[in-house]
Ligand binder design. Sequence first.
Ligand code: KIV
Length: 313
Amino acid sequence: MSTRPRTPGHGAPAPGKLPITELAEMKQRGQAIAMITAYDAPSGRLADSAGADVVLVGDSAAMTVLGHDSTVPATMEEMLVLTRAATRGARHPLVVADMPFGSFQISDEEAVTNAIRFVKEAGADAVKLEGAGATLSRARAIVAAGVPVMGHIGLTPQSATALGGFKAQGRTADKAVQLYEDALALEAAGCFALVLEAVPAPVAARISKRLEIPTIGIGAGGATDGQVLVWHDLLGLYDGRSPRFVKRYAELATTIADAVSRYVDDVRGHRFPEQVHTYTMPADELAEFEARLGEDGQGAWASDTSAGAAPAR
Ligand code: KIV
């Protein structure tokens, strides 16, 4: 029997919402969990209609949406706005808000306060925290406050500098054992799921086999209990170089650039708008309008200075 504390819920799930407990059942059934990031209402809605189980409002938004070079600058206020928008679009998937750098590092108390903000102000179902070590106590505190927590180890972008850059983790026996122990500790701290990012496939496989909670891999091979990809990577929307673990399912940046440049050409060439894009009005109303203005636009109404008349300009 598990010694892991039960994850208390913060309320009944909305109708049609995937219950959080379903993820562990999916793991038991060997049913893969599909998670994807989304940062606004349209992407949340599209992820929902495509059948995603979990939508992560990742702090990757700092890079994909806000134009920063790393995830570190993402703020609570920015993440709240993005999460609020994503939850308006994603009704059925679980929505997990990524706690940005600085929002949970200082103390358990501050971490709980910020986690609760994501639930109360932005409608998130859960939060995600990077790291182990000090994060363990934060995870315990947030879970105890009633907010489900997803862990995240391996390549943790918020500490990429300390890790020596955006590179795979756990590639020595020592480091792999550390990852394994961190994974167990996060499960014991009450996490309901764990992201494994950029770790060797055999290490991710051993962790996934050992944990009762589901693992969600990104660059962690095919033996994790689910997969996650970043919206902009999957759709070919991000103009930076994608990591090797990304599979692009579309090249939307090219499609968008082509569409926008055709629009610009059409405007310059007076080919847009066409008749079909234009509103008309009844002929008699138009005739009266023209008559009132007169030929030079200085019609009768313009010289009428009586009360209520439109001012002449
Ligand atoms: O911020 C993010 O999008 C993430 C995923 C890559 C797991 O943390």
